[in-house]
Write a protein that binds this ligand. Structure first.
Ligand SMILES: [Zn+2]
Length: 344
């Protein structure tokens, strides 16, 4: 089977020849010997970096991972680029007051500078690899995007005190992201990696989830309905976090990725409760095992396969973006172990 056939078989919750695997991070620039700032701001360099990673590591799908806040700049904010961490710090939020939500404008992703670079990156990847390896563009959901435009404090205080202003901002963001998602699909992305950072009980209440995530997620998902792949990523950072997974179980996605080692949703639990509906993408601990050694990684891959492979509908993936310091030998070990233990 080709990577593409393997990926789509698992996505349909069938059994491919073996378990598909992918790993992703912000530090693709390391594979191409390019600085992070350059990678993050230039579509050609971004594509070159993803392709360099791909030629080194034969993953079964490619998650295109731009810097986590490039859109902040297109909306008038400012970023500081952290080379070592392959990350950014937001130094100036475009939304500083409640009133700023109203001033936020819908962006045209084909004209806004860093959105345009992002689309260029996808175009180059598509020209290079065609459909041999499916690639997904990362999009944060509207509420997560809002927290990056205004900071958590502003967003959560507006939720309580100025909900209608915040909702106008969310509407603007949703319209922009709907156009952007469509543009990504037009450039050849197989689908969208849909990341929600406001989906665990330590970040949001169930009531707030219903009011400030769901309606905007549904609108954006509707704009993505032509996508072959909608992979939901429920982000969490706090060990032991409880994901509000019931809130998302009716989302129109075909796969779910989350940190199975760091949340109350273990792989076993997900296999029991979610695998009839979604392909599960998990198994690798991005903050633990992947920073240790190849032997630990191999053991983790084997254990995840024993736990979740049965019946199909499983892919190996990290709980979130890998740390920029993840040794390449560990990435290679994960891929080798998937081939060694993952055959059906
Ligand atoms: Zn994450």
């Amino acid at each position: 089977m080709s990577s593409s056939e393997r990926f789509y078989a698992a996505l349909r919750r069938e059994k491919p020849d073996r378990i598909p695997i992918s790993l992703w991070w912000h530090a693709y620039n390391l594979s191409a010997g390019i600085g992070f700032r350059e990678f993050a701001r230039n579509g050609e360099k971004m594509a070159e970096s993803h392709l360099a990673f791909l030629s080194k590591f034969k993953v079964d799908f490619l998650k295109v991972t731009p810097c986590g806040a490039y859109f902040v700049e297109d909306w008038g904010g400012r970023l500081e680029y952290l080379e070592e961490e392959a990350s950014v710090r937001i130094t100036d939020y475009p939304v500083k007051t409640t009133e700023d939500w109203e001033k936020l404008e819908v962006l045209d992703p084909k004209r806004a500078k860093l959105h345009r670079e992002q689309l260029k990156c996808l175009r180059i990847i598509k020209n290079k690899i065609g459909k041999t390896i499916p690639f997904l563009e990362t999009i944060f959901n509207p509420l997560t995007t809002a927290t990056k435009l205004a900071g958590d404090h502003q967003v959560f205080s507006d939720m309580r005190e100025n909900p209608s202003a915040l909702k106008r901002g969310l509407q603007t963001i949703t319209e922009t992201l709907s156009d952007f998602a469509q543009a990504c699909l037009d450039e050849g992305a197989a689908g969208i990696f849909y990341s929600i950072k406001t989906g665990s009980a330590d970040t949001i209440t169930p009531h707030q989830f219903d009011e400030f995530n769901t309606p905007y997620d549904m609108k954006l998902m509707d704009a993505m309905k032509e996508a072959e792949v909608r992979m939901l990523h429920v982000h969490s950072e706090k060990p032991g976090a409880e994901l509000l997974i019931d809130k998302m179980s009716s989302y129109p996605v075909n796969a779910i990725n989350w940190w199975d080692k760091g949340t109350t949703l273990s792989l076993r639990k997900a296999k029991d409760s979610l695998s009839k509906k979604f392909c599960l993408v998990a198994g690798l601990d991005h903050v633990g095992t992947l920073l240790k050694g190849p032997d630990e990684v191999e053991r983790e891959v084997k254990a995840a396969i024993e736990m979740a492979a049965q019946g199909g509908g499983f892919m190996l993936g990290p709980g979130c973006t890998m740390n920029a310091k993840t040794p390449e030998r560990n990435i290679a070990a994960a891929l080798n172990a998937a081939t060694k233990y993952g055959k059906y």
